[in-house]
Design a protein around this ligand. Structure first.
Ligand code: NAD
Length: 277
């Protein structure tokens, strides 16, 4: 019998170079923490300079100084993304993983969504992911071993919640972006997979008081009850933790998922009333 490979090696991202967008807070910061624990070198991309510095401080326990590289970058700007990718590759010498994580949302009735709100959400979630993916693929294609794209998407890409028109549409587009890339660049050893979380409150800056109030108003309860009410909306009665999303991203970035591409892994506590996949 041939020896089976160890599928849970320690430091399974050792010396892999990753870009993580929106790395300064919430889910992006949790992904960054797990990546550096697994030995990766991470370029933290975010446009919030103060939060980037706070993130570096927060990672002091988990990371060696040389594992982190802060990149101030607005992913909606072509020139920022091109420059960010160049500085990342110049700094670390290569790129193995790009995590498209930065995202924003706005909750309004669909017939009241302004063009400004629509453009903001589509630009960050959709155009930003496109620009980062495009520049990452250019680097991956020059490398014999290709590279990995992972997208922090949302269960809203499959289950469109009311009052989330721009968010739902942007996330559905990015789901197909990942699948298109998976189809097109398999021969270059490039994989593209998505993680689709349900609501994640821990550390998230996206859940402003305004967003909490808007979602609570929509469902008809108080903003203070939001998290408890969200638990009732899934089969397991749970809220998802950023670290649990990070676990899936590590898996999809690692060799354990070497034969998976074009996939979408849902982590939402189980959708009541059906499991759309
Ligand atoms: N929190 C949730 O309930 C939830 C659920 C499902 C999916 N998601 C997705 O997870 C991702 C991360 O969400 P989060 O809750 O951690 O949010 P967050 O607001 O805590 O983090 C997002 C980060 O993206 C950065 N960012 C925003 N616009 C940017 C831009 N133009 N250029 C560069 N950086 C920019 C912000 O500065 C911030 O640090 C998003 O894509 C979101 O859609 C979140």
């Amino acid at each position: 019998m041939t020896e089976q490979p160890d599928i849970h090696p320690r430091k399974e991202l050792l010396d892999r170079v990753a870009v993580i967008t929106g790395a300064a807070s919430g889910i992006g910061l949790a992904i960054t923490r797990r990546f550096v624990q697994e030995g990766a070198k991470v370029a933290l991309w975010d446009f919030n300079v103060a939060r980037l510095e706070q993130a570096k401080e927060a990672l002091r326990q988990s990371a060696d100084e040389e594992q982190l590289f802060l990149v101030t970058c607005d992913i909606t700007k072509d020139e920022d993304v091109v420059a960010g990718m160049k500085s990342t590759v110049d700094h670390f010498g290569r790129l193995n993983i790009a995590v498209n994580n930065a995202g924003v949302s706005v909750s309004v009735p669909s017939d009241e969504c302004t063009l400004e709100q629509w453009n903001w959400v589509m630009n960050v979630n959709c155009t930003g992911s496109f620009l980062v993916s495009r520049e990452a693929i250019k680097v991956f294609k020059q490398q014999a071993d290709g590279g990995v794209l992972v997208y922090t998407n949302s269960d809203n890409s499959l289950k469109p919640s009311k009052h989330f028109l721009a968010y739902n549409a942007s996330k559905a587009a990015v789901l197909h972006m990942a699948r298109t890339i998976a189809n097109e660049f398999g021969p270059h050893h490039i994989r593209a997979n998505s993680v689709l979380p349900g609501a994640v409150f821990g550390g998230s800056q996206m859940w402003t008081q305004e967003l909490r109030q808007a979602r609570a108003d929509l469902h008809g309860y108080s903003a203070d009850a939001l998290e408890e009410e969200y638990k009732k909306a899934n089969a397991l009665g749970v809220i998802i933790d950023p670290a649990e999303i990070a676990e899936l991203v590590v898996f999809l970035a690692s060799d354990r998922s070497a034969k998976m591409t074009g996939n979408a892994l849902v982590i939402d506590g189980g959708g009541l009333g059906g499991f759309v996949r």
